[in-house]
Structures are given as structure tokens and as C-alpha cells.
Design a protein around this ligand. Structure first.
Ligand SMILES: Cc1cc2nc3c(=O)[nH]c(=O)nc-3n(C[C@H](O)[C@H](O)[C@H](O)COP(=O)(O)OP(=O)(O)OC[C@H]3O[C@@H](n4cnc5c(N)ncnc54)[C@H](O)[C@@H]3O)c2cc1C
Length: 519
């Protein structure tokens, strides 16, 4: 049975990257009312990160791909009467109640005062919180000038700034190519891209069944653009090599690059020193699981949110799409987002747009498995660690201290080691080090279950209205609980939409929403 198309079904989409924007469009097209939240101040997520200028300059446009798709999705999110777009809106807590999911949001500048609180109790949630860089530690990786490739990309795309003048890019995965190209575009000299995977691994991942890659022609064009950029800027690309140490006193001045074997263990005697003033490192991505875990969604053995063919998670009325469910690139994120938004809105299963999205998703699933086969992290990398190598940078926990914690307690359980060593207890709350710590301990636990899913200032927490505090029982007569009453329709339902020709219309008045705002 399909849901009415009159805006009475309320869907909250968390994340306005490709997956969340696509989910929003699909849900609205199926007649739902959508609240789209993103912690960032702009739409587009990681793929369409951009400068806050009304018209992108030609140089900026060169850094973007499929920009027109972003414009269409963004404009719909901004102007459709049944969409409320909230940027600067961070979901900091989430919970499941008998009557459905509840999300707690802080809106406003993270560093500013007077952030407003918002509690949402929608019928369904689409989680599209994406991923962040995964970086394997190495001696000296805590030196200033050693940055994640994602941070370098964000600075270059968002502010037009290069992290250094003489930059080396290293790690694993196709993401190294756009990062190097972007750095070169903003004026850095990229002295080399060092891909850890060896040629045999790359061939194993990318060469079989090449016709399947034809299903993503956009990506082939994008790849060709990067290769041309590398040739134009004379950027050397080497495989089977890794940065195994960074050197410098108050900032990085050089790195040691070594050949590595197929298990990624450094080949003895192969190290050479390269002078740099910045290093960008990325060994793939790791999903932002916190909100999904808080809502009770199961995590797969490969540490992504587990979803079925409808993009439904194991938690009732919670859907997930994009990098959160597997690393497959922008096309996968767009297709999965569409399926999630459509189904979350109660859309018709026989709808043509859904069938198209499912087939696009099938085509991009191939890319996901290729990335893992070609660039997946191999276990030998731990051979480049030393006892004094930092693992948790926030709490300055070294490999040696982790080992001692295991020896002293006799336990390699991540929670026990976290409490004894303090790894993962700092400001990042294990977002950067959690996965590495778990892996060094031989555990598959994601270490990401926490009631406050993102760092929040105590002042903001103290100002949270009682009913918005997660897990706090309602006192009799307390403020009205944030349940989901039948929401008032937001203006007249729009004309029927087609996926390719959706119409943007004037915004509905803000007051007609189910959430409660607390200044
Ligand atoms: C750092 C980085 C840079 C990348 N750059 C490129 C690139 O240049 N080219 C390329 O091909 N691929 C790039 N990728 C891969 C790219 O992310 C994906 O292909 C695509 O953007 C995935 O889309 P998504 O919607 O799943 O997630 P994202 O694009 O990551 O969007 C997720 C959104 O969710 C928001 N969010 C997360 N948690 C919360 C919360 N608690 N509350 C509110 N909002 C939240 C984030 O602010 C973000 O905008 C990059 C990935 C990363 C991690």
C-alpha cells in the first residue's frame, strides 16, 4: 500500500551530500514532506564541496564534476514547498521510541553562541551522513603539515587554498587522483602520488569485466580528466609505495617513501627521503556510523550500515544511503539515495523512477567491489609502526601504550583498552583513531556507540530543553513530547513530478512543521 501524496508523511534526511539530496528529491516526488539537515553550511557534501560564491569562477568549475546535477538538486531542496532545508544543522543525538525515531539537532555555528535546538519526530529517517578519511598512522604523522587528503581537498575546493607548496599525496584508492589534480589546480607542486596497491592488485580490481565499467561513463570521463591533469602538471604516479615516516622538528620537512610488498609490509632497504612541506594521506574512507548506531541500525562485518534492497536498515523506519552503506562513489550515492527516499516516503514499488534507480545502483555496485579489490587495506602496514608511533593523536596514545594496556589488563577488548589507555577518549571521540585501535587489537567492534554522537559544547548541552535531552524520561506535565502528530500539509500538493523534470516552487511558511524549535 502506498502512502498519501499530500505531505502528511514526514521524512527527515540527514546529510545533504549526493545521497541525501537525491533522497530528498525522490521522497518529495512521492508526496512526502522532507526536512533535510546538514551540519555544513552548504549542500553538496564531500563530492560537491565548493566556495561560497554566487557564481563559480571557471577555475572553480574545473574542480567540480556533474555540477549541474548538484544545482538541480540543491535548487529543489531550497525552493520546493514541501522541503525544509536546514544547513548548519547538526544531529547530535538520536534515539528510537515506541512511537518512532527522534532526532535532536543543534542549528547554528559550531563555534558561535545561541545555537537553536530542534527535536524532530518524523515517520521515517534517511541517513546519508557519508564518510570521512581513513588514515593509517606512521611515525611522524602528527607533525603539522601532515594532513588527510580529504582536508587538503576541502581547503582547496572550499577556500582555494593549497596545504603546501611542495606536496606529496599518498595512500590508497582512486580518491588520490582528484586530490592531486585539485592541489595542482590551486597552485601546489605535487611531487608525486604514491598508491600503496601494487600493479597486480590494481589489475585484479579494475581489469576484469571492463564492459561493466561502461555503465558509469561519467566516471570514465572524470578519470580521463585527472589523467590529463596529471600529465599537464607532470605529476608522477607510483604504485606499490607508501609513506612510512614523516620527518621535521616543528613541521614536516621530508618523508620516507618505501616500496611495500603485497601485504603492504615495507621492503627492507627500499626507503628514500623526499623533501616536502606538506603530505596528504588517505587510505580510503570510513563511514560516519554514529547516528545509525544510535538509532539501532545493524553494522555489517565490513563496518558499513547493513541495508536491504530497499535501503532499509535493521531499525524500523530508518533507511541509509551513500558512503554510509559502502564506498561506491557519487553515482552509487545518487542511486541509493533515490531508492531510500522513495521507499521512506512510502512510494509506489512499481514506479519507473524507482526501477531506474535500482538498475543504476546495480551498475555502481560493481565499482564498490572493484575499489575494495584494488585498493583495500592489507594487514602488513602495521610493520611500519614503531612503539613510539602515536595512534590516538587527541590523547597522545602510542602503539607501545596500547600494547602495555593489553598486557597489564590481559584484555584486548576495545572498551577495556580505551578506558585504560585513553585511546579514543579525546575530542574526536575515536572518529580518527577508533578503527585503527580496533584493528590493532584484532577486534571488529566499531567503537562508535555513544549517546552524544558528535562533540557538543557543554553550554549547548545545558541549554537543551528537558524533553529534547535523549534518554531523559518525561516528567508529568513537562513540555509536549516530540511525537509526530499528523502534520499540517504545507500548501497545495505540487503537480505530478517526473524524476527528470521536477519543478521548484515558492517555500512554505516555516511554521507548518512538526518540529519544535527552542531559541
Ligand atoms: C573528505 C572527502 C572528500 C571527498 N572528495 C571527493 C572528490 O573530490 N571526488 C570524488 O569523486 N569523491 C570524493 N569523495 C567521495 C565522496 O564523498 C562520495 O563519492 C560522495 O560525496 C558520497 O556522497 P554521500 O552523500 O554518501 O556523502 P557525503 O558527500 O559525505 O555527504 C554527507 C553529508 O552528511 C553530513 N553529515 C554527516 N553527519 C551529520 C550529522 N550528524 N548531522 C548533520 N549532517 C551530517 C555531512 O556534513 C555531509 O555534508 C570524498 C570523500 C571524503 C570523505
Amino acid at each position: 500500500m502506498r502512502a498519501p501524496r499530500d505531505g502528511t508523511r514526514h521524512v527527515v534526511v540527514v546529510g545533504a551530500g549526493p545521497a541525501g539530496l537525491s533522497a530528498t528529491r525522490a521522497a518529495v516526488q512521492q508526496g512526502a514532506r522532507v526536512t533535510l539537515l546538514d551540519a555544513s553550511h552548504q549542500t553538496g557534501g564531500q563530492y560537491w564541496r565548493h566556495r561560497d560564491t554566487p557564481t563559480p569562477t571557471p577555475a572553480e568549475q574545473r574542480l567540480q564534476h556533474q555540477w549541474r546535477v548538484h544545482e538541480v538538486l540543491r535548487d529543489l531542496a531550497r525552493t520546493h514547498p514541501r522541503v525544509e532545508l536546514r544547513t548548519g544543522a547538526q544531529v547530535w543525538a538520536a534515539e528510537q521510541h515506541d512511537d518512532g525515531p527522534r532526532l535532536h539537532v543543534l542549528v547554528g555555528d559550531v563555534d558561535g553562541h545561541g545555537r537553536t535546538h530542534l527535536s524532530l519526530a518524523p515517520h521515517a529517517v534517511v541517513l546519508a551522513t557519508g564518510a570521512h578519511d581513513r588514515t593509517l598512522p606512521f611515525p611522524g604523522w602528527d607533525l603539522p603539515g601532515v594532513v588527510t587528503a580529504g582536508a587538503a581537498q576541502a581547503l582547496a575546493k572550499g577556500d582555494g587554498v593549497a596545504v603546501g607548496r611542495r606536496v606529496l599525496v599518498a595512500g590508497a584508492g582512486p580518491f588520490l587522483l582528484p586530490v592531486a589534480a585539485t592541489l595542482a589546480e590551486v597552485g601546489a607542486t605535487v611531487v608525486g602520488v604514491h598508491e600503496a596497491s601494487r600493479p597486480a592488485g590494481l589489475v585484479r580490481g579494475w581489469l576484469p569485466r571492463p564492459w561493466r565499467l561502461a555503465a558509469s561513463p561519467g566516471k570514465a570521463v572524470e578519470l580521463a580528466g585527472y589523467v590529463a591533469g596529471h600529465v599537464r602538471h607532470r605529476i608522477p604516479y607510483r604504485t606499490g609505495e607508501a609513506v612510512v615516516a614523516a620527518h621535521g622538528s616543528d613541521r614536516v620537512q621530508a618523508v620516507t617513501v618505501a616500496r611495500i610488498d603485497e601485504r603492504w609490509a615495507p621492503v627492507p632497504g627500499s626507503g628514500r627521503r623526499v623533501e616536502v612541506d606538506a603530505v596528504c594521506v588517505s587510505h580510503g574512507f570510513t563511514p560516519r556510523l554514529e547516528v545509525a548506531i544510535a538509532l539501532g541500525a545493524s553494522i555489517s562485518s565490513s563496518r558499513f550500515v547493513a541495508v536491504d534492497g530497499d535501503q532499509a536498515t535493521s531499525a524500523e523506519n530508518i533507511y541509509a544511503a551513500g558512503e554510509l552503506t559502502g564506498i561506491g562513489g557519487v553515482d552509487a550515492a545518487l542511486a541509493e539515495g533515490w531508492v531510500a527516499g522513495h521507499v521512506a516516503a512510502g512510494g509506489d514499488r512499481s514506479d519507473r523512477s524507482l526501477r531506474r534507480a535500482v538498475s543504476r545502483r546495480r551498475a555502481s555496485a560493481d565499482v564498490t567491489s572493484r575499489i575494495e579489490a584494488a585498493h583495500g587495506i592489507r594487514p602488513g602496514w602495521t610493520a611500519w609502526l614503531r612503539d613510539d608511533t602515536l595512534v590516538c593523536r587527541c590523547e597522545e596514545v602510542t602503539v607501545g601504550r596500547l600494547r602495555t594496556a593489553v598486557e597489564v589488563t590481559g584484555s584486548s577488548d576495545p572498551v577495556s583498552v580505551k578506558l585504560t589507555s585513553r585511546a579514543g577518549l579525546g575530542i574526536c571521540q575515536g572518529r580518527v583513531c577508533g578503527r585503527v585501535v580496533s584493528e590493532l587489537l584484532g577486534s571488529s567492534s566499531p567503537m562508535q556507540a555513544r549517546p552524544v554522537v558528535t562533540p557538543v559544547r557543554l553550554g549547548d548541552l545545558a541549554a537543551t530543553p528537558p524533553f529534547a535531552a535523549p534518554g531523559v524520561p518525561q516528567a508529568p506535565g513537562a513540555a509536549e513530547p516530540a511525537t509526530a502528530p499528523a502534520p499540517a500539509p504545507l500548501g497545495p500538493p505540487g503537480p505530478p513530478h517526473s524524476p527528470d523534470h521536477d519543478h521548484a516552487r515558492a517555500r512554505a511558511p516555516h511554521s507548518a512543521t512538526t518540529e519544535r524549535t527552542h531559541p
